[in-house]
Design a binder for this molecule. Sequence first.
Ligand code: ARJ
Length: 417
Amino acid sequence: MDYKVKDISLAPLGKQKIAWAESRMPVLMKLREKYSKTKPLKGFKISGCLHVTKETAVLVKTLKAAGAEVAWSGCNPLSTKDDVAAALAEDGISIFAWHGMNRDEFYWCIEKTLEQKPNLTLDDGADLIFTVHYKHPELAKEIIGGTEETTTGVHRLRAMGKAKKLLYPVIAVNDAETKWDFDNVYGTGQSSIDGILRSTNVMIAGKNFVVAGYGHCGKGCAMRAKGLGANVIVTEVKPTAALKATLEGFRVMPMDEAAKIGDIFITATGMKDVIVKRHFENMKDGAIVCNTGHYDCEININDLEGLSKNKVEIRPNNEEYTLEDGRRIYLLAKGRLVNLAGAEGHPSEVMDMSFANQFMSMLRLAREGETLENKVYDIPESQDQEIAKVKLETMGINIDELTEEQVAYLSDYSAGT
Ligand code: ARJ
């Protein structure tokens, strides 16, 4: 077992945080209890590349309890929680992750997790699976399949699948209803606001809060900012999304207009260059800019640097850029995921469902991966319903059941008025 973390002596703190997360992740813990007895992942080597948080640690420990050998790296240079990484290292996980790593170190860590020659890969953002495909295609022979956690990664992998470039099957965990309809909406909504508050402590009420992108993540941010009393403005490129935002009561306008009036900007688009030079040039003094999309390309930081005569970190995860004319713009978390770099990511309760999907998908690949084609698979509807059912049970919520007559009515095409 090999590892590289910032400081192994942080392990006790990390263990406490993981124990707290475990107490909030009942679905995953039930799976751990069940499969630690039968160990269906025994003999499988899993390499994972996903934000090293207390929630991820609960997933990693569950994979290990089910018999897998696990090697792990973080999927973002600023999202690793060093105490959690230390706790996992002490727990026998080959983990290579620390907060604040540079790009070369990031890829070095991924390479280290591939040294074990994995049978399964687990991604968030597809950097690990791309490293296999572009740098070590020979490793794909031993790999039965992989999973992908996030929208951006799934987009890229679907494109690769269509081009027949995938070397093994991938399950799109993001596209499970119990993932995108909860994690992306309520998780992103709460944790992004949390990241903004921890790095600024500004009042949200009364602010012009600009959300770029009204997909699931943007919708969550807009909803929660509204709840705190902000005047929410949405920018979009997709007509149906813009229409949904409008009917939800948000003002919709192009970024060129929003740039002039926004107090707080958050990008949630998965697209590059959403906020660029001409937008910064028009912003108010004191504007706060951040991103919650997977990659740090949504805000063009080079443009901001080019316009600025001075930059200072005035609080953790908050850099004050002073432009030539004296206006100040505040960039949070260096344009990286503000919820994970500036706070703790989504709450455990919602990651419980996302990671139950990850775990079940790993079991499926171990069981039937050899029979799958080299393309992107969705998770089965039955898995969504099962996870939602167990989640409801753990929340003490009961629901109704259809009677036999009602089930028959569902498929009765002769019934009319
Ligand atoms: C681990 C997290 C957390 C958290 O599921 C979310 C997603 O799709 C990601 C995009 O990179 C981030 C991921 N995520 C959010 N919160 N992963 N632990 N606490």
